[in-house]
Structure formats: structure tokens, C-alpha cells
Design a protein around this ligand. Structure first.
Ligand code: FES
Length: 275
């Protein structure tokens, strides 16, 4: 039995900086079957109705973070949003707000990546010689991993930045994504660069500008909770200011096992050819 086909209207926000003085809305009607994503719908429009429509995508599987856009007024990934989960009649598609617009559904994410780069989002160590020529392994307990694991799932799609009311009123605000990533690296027991990142988080457009609306966490398509990271950063900064922080790093080095001396617990029987 063939799937039911719905005729769904896509109201798409269009803007071409070379032709348009202001954004406009364009309407397309497309046949939709169960299983089609919003990104599939946009591809259908581009291939059959309007090749000029601009949107960004890469992985088509919710991993690269390229296809973030407003779908019926909410930030989300076009590639993992089922059209029929949103509507059986009509939906609106628009670019993510709180970013400059390049064209149609393509926001300029470069400033966000610039802020992210500025927080030094990688493990840094004081023992440079050991880092350059490792002789041992860094030991981390499951509990220490658990402290930052969920924040590693961030795909930098910008949905949290688009949802954030502070971003809407303060374009200098660092934003939920970079601030959550500061927390991610600062609580990683292998990292030694917490002080530099804390200085960034504490600056005038940092964590204390967050009013804890929680919209960033509600918008995240990967289930990350940046609002929680920001509140924990605030707590950490205040406790440190009053000299009350108990948070200490524990980046133990463990000797590398000497694998040359390893023996299996049970010796395998000797192989005899010809049997
Ligand atoms: Fe990669 Fe949607 S295309 S997340």
C-alpha cells in the first residue's frame, strides 16, 4: 500500500542582499510523504521549483550542525525534523535569528566560531614536555568524565544562540555555546587552562549576563544543557571569588603499561599443521 501524500505549503523567508532591500516570504507547495524531513522538502523545492533557494547542509544526519534554521518559529535542524511531525498542512522556514544573514536560510556563523576559538576549546597542560613526548597516560575516572560528557555532544549548529533572549538584546554576549564549552574544558580533569577561560567567562558580556531563561537548553537538538553549564560556571566563579571553591583538578598521570611483557591469562594451544 502506498504512503499517503500530503500537499504541504512551505512559507520560506527569502533574502538576497544583491536584489532585496528587506526579507520577503515565498510560498511553495510540495508533496510530502511520511519520512520526509524539512531538508528533503527544501531539496525538493530547489530541484523542481526554484533553484535560487539558498540553504546550507552537509551530513544530513544531525552531526555537522550546518542546517540549523527556524522551523515554525523554533530553532532546529532541518535534517532531523520530520515535516509531518511539525504540520500536515503548512510550515514556516526562516534563518536563525541573532546572526547576520548571508542569504535566504544561511546565517553567518563565523562570529560564533570566532568566539569559540577564543575560549581555547582544547585540552591544555602545564607539563608541556610530557605533552610533546608522552610517557604515561592521563587517568580519568568515570565520574570525572560524566562531569563534562554531555557538553561534548554540542555540534555548534547555533540553535542555542538563536533561541537565547540575551543574545537578542546584547550582540556582544558570548552566547550559550561558547560559554558551555568553557565549562566543558574547565571541568575536564586533564586540562590546566581554567584560569584563562574563567577570565573570559567573567567578563562583562559573559556568564553573568545570562538571565537563565533556559531557552538555549530547550532548543538544543542534541540534548545538551548549556543553561546548566552557565549556572555552574557562575557558581564556580562566585565560590572562587570568596575563596570557597573546593573544585580541584586531578589530572593524574598513569604509567603506560609495558605491553611487551603482557601475557594472555590462558595460553592458546599450540597450532599443529596438517590436523
Ligand atoms: Fe548536518 Fe543537518 S545537515 S546537521
Amino acid at each position: 500500500m502506498s504512503e499517503k501524500v500530503y500537499n504541504i505549503i512551505f512559507y520560506v523567508r527569502r533574502f538576497d542582499p544583491e536584489k532585496d532591500s528587506a526579507p520577503r516570504q515565498q510560498q511553495y507547495t510540495i508533496p510530502v510523504e511520511k519520512g520526509m524531513t524539512v531538508l528533503d522538502g527544501l531539496h525538493y523545492i530547489k530541484q523542481t521549483q526554484d533553484a535560487s533557494l539558498g540553504f546550507r547542509f552537509s551530513c544530513r544526519m544531525g552531526v555537522c550542525g550546518s542546517c540549523g534554521m527556524m522551523i515554525n518559529g523554533k530553532p532546529g535542524l532541518a535534517c532531523n525534523t520530520q515535516i509531518l511531525d511539525v504540520s500536515e498542512t503548512a510550515l514556516t522556514v526562516a534563518p536563525l535569528p541573532n546572526f547576520n544573514l548571508i542569504r535566504d536560510l544561511v546565517p553567518d556563523l563565523v562570529p560564533m566560531f570566532g568566539v569559540h576559538k577564543g575560549i581555547q576549546p582544547y585540552i591544555q597542560r602545564r607539563d608541556v614536555a610530557e605533552k610533546e613526548n608522552p610517557s604515561m597516560e592521563y587517568f580519568q575516572t568515570p565520574h570525572q568524565l560524566e562531569e563534562f560528557l554531555q557538553f561534548t555532544y554540542c555540534i555548534k549548529c547555533g540553535c542555542c544562540m538563536a533561541a537565547c533572549p540575551t543574545m537578542a538584546t546584547d550582540r556582544e554576549y558570548l552566547g550559550p555555546m561558547p560559554l558551555a564549552q568553557i565549562y566543558r574544558y574547565n571541568v575536564d580533569s586533564r586540562d590546566d587552562a581554567g584560569d584563562a577561560r574563567r577570565n573570559i567567562a567573567a567578563e562583562s558580556h559573559g556568564v553573568f549576563n545570562c538571565h537563565y531563561a533556559g531557552e538555549c537548553s530547550a532548543a538544543c537538538p542534541k540534548g545538551v544543557d548549556p543553561a546548566r553549564a552557565i549556572q555552574l560556571m557562575k557558581k564556580d566563579l562566585v565560590l572562587r571569588y570568596f575563596g570557597l571553591s573546593k573544585h580541584g583538578k586531578c589530572a593524574h598521570l598513569h604509567k603506560k603499561p609495558d605491553k611487551s611483557s603482557w601475557k594472555p591469562k590462558v595460553e592458546a594451544p599450540a597450532f599443529t599443521a596438517g590436523k
